[in-house]
Design a binder for this molecule. Structure first.
Ligand code: CA
Length: 361
């Protein structure tokens, strides 16, 4: 009898705890946020990761934080994410930090820089080095909290209609290549242009540009560049390319701790997911591309060309650093971290790949 009494008591207590939890849950405020992204609705792995992120947040918060996504076609302002989040028009955004170089040159460090860190190296810097600390410092004055928001990993150097055998071949070449890499190419005599993604295919086809870079096979294949240009150069300019989540600081401060924790973990998990998704997309797309367009040649720029690019890159970075103390400080910190972390990359992945040729037919 006593056992039955105890079981009954445990049952009642469990029921009461359950009821009080659901009352507490029902009492918790529901937050409705709007997220503006630079991308169209269907641009995997960028848009797909954002949709997965908002769904994760909804499930993990038990419906207490609902985020509605607005694509570039809805906001009509793909590169206005910075201002729209800053001014609280949208509580949140997903974009690439380096698009806002003209507002603050230090924003480039949170995306990628030529000859810089790879994605895993950059994650080390973000999460366990000084990366996120600097990210907060740079964005704080704009009323924005910024977080790593996924990475493409190493990007391809681009599609070229003619081979680039010497520095002479770069002179007068018309190429779409944005950001710091564009400034580097410009120093080497390239006529750099930036063209909206939707117009790139026709620009390359008609000859109004001779070359362009986009991302890698996974995202390039649907753009169709493989049908027009035969030389596909390996990367030097965007070794990591992290995207970013922006959150309006006042809205962030209004959230209870548990929702902040959910957001942080969901952003981090989906940052990793984007990298993995793109790795898989690249591998599958390249297999398909190679079969359909066997004329494509994978090329790597010569040592002479890469040395000239590196020299120009150092000059570009030094110019920014001389004008901006924060830029200088972050550059020095990244270089210090890269020096340390690259030793390990060389000992581990690099030498592993170099010595293990068994799966590299
Ligand atoms: Ca790119």
């Amino acid at each position: 009898m006593r056992i039955f009494k105890s079981i009954k008591l445990i049952f009642i207590i469990t029921l009461l705890i359950g009821i009080s939890f659901s009352i507490a849950n029902a009492k918790q405020k529901v937050y409705h946020w709007k997220l503006a992204m630079t991308w169209s609705k269907n641009l995997p792995p960028f848009s797909s990761t954002v949709y997965k992120f908002v769904n994760d947040v909804k499930l993990m918060s038990n419906g207490k934080l609902i985020i509605k996504v607005y694509s570039k076609n809805q906001t009509k302002s793909p590169f206005g994410i910075f201002d729209m989040v800053k001014n609280d028009k949208y509580q949140m955004g997903h974009t690439a930090s380096y698009y806002y170089k003209s507002k603050n040159p230090s924003t480039v460090f949170f995306t990628t820089i030529p000859f810089g860190m790879t994605a895993p190296e950059q994650w080390g810097w973000f999460y366990y080095g000084n990366g996120m600390k600097y990210m907060e410092e740079v964005y704080n004055k704009y009323n924005i909290m910024a977080f790593p928001g996924g990475a493409t990993g190493n990007q391809m150097g681009g599609w070229f209609k003619k081979p680039i055998n010497s520095l002479k071949d770069l002179k007068g070449l018309k190429m779409r290549i944005p950001g710091l890499a564009g400034e580097v190419m410009s120093k080497l005599g390239v006529k750099v242009t930036n063209i909206a993604p939707g117009k790139l295919y026709n620009a390359l086809k008609s000859g109004s540009i001779d070359a362009l870079e986009w991302v890698g096979p996974g995202m390039d294949i649907s753009m169709g560049f493989q049908k027009i240009a035969k030389y596909y150069y390996t990367g030097w300019h965007e070794p990591a390319t992290s995207l970013s989540y922006f959150i309006n600081k006042k809205e962030w401060d209004k959230l209870p701790l548990y929702l902040k924790a959910i957001l942080k973990d969901a952003m981090k998990a989906n940052a990793f997911d984007m990298y993995v998704q793109n790795y898989d997309m690249n591998a599958r797309a390249w297999k398909k591309m190679k079969k359909q367009y066997p004329q494509i040649q994978i090329r790597t720029f010569s040592r002479t060309i890469l040395d000239a690019m590196k020299k120009a890159d150092d000059e570009v970075l030094a110019e920014y650093a001389s004008k901006d103390p924060m830029f200088k400080q972050i550059l020095q910190d990244q270089r210090k971290y890269l020096k340390m972390v690259r030793e390990w990359t060389k000992m581990s992945d690099f030498l592993y790949l170099k010595s293990n040729m068994y799966n590299q037919e």
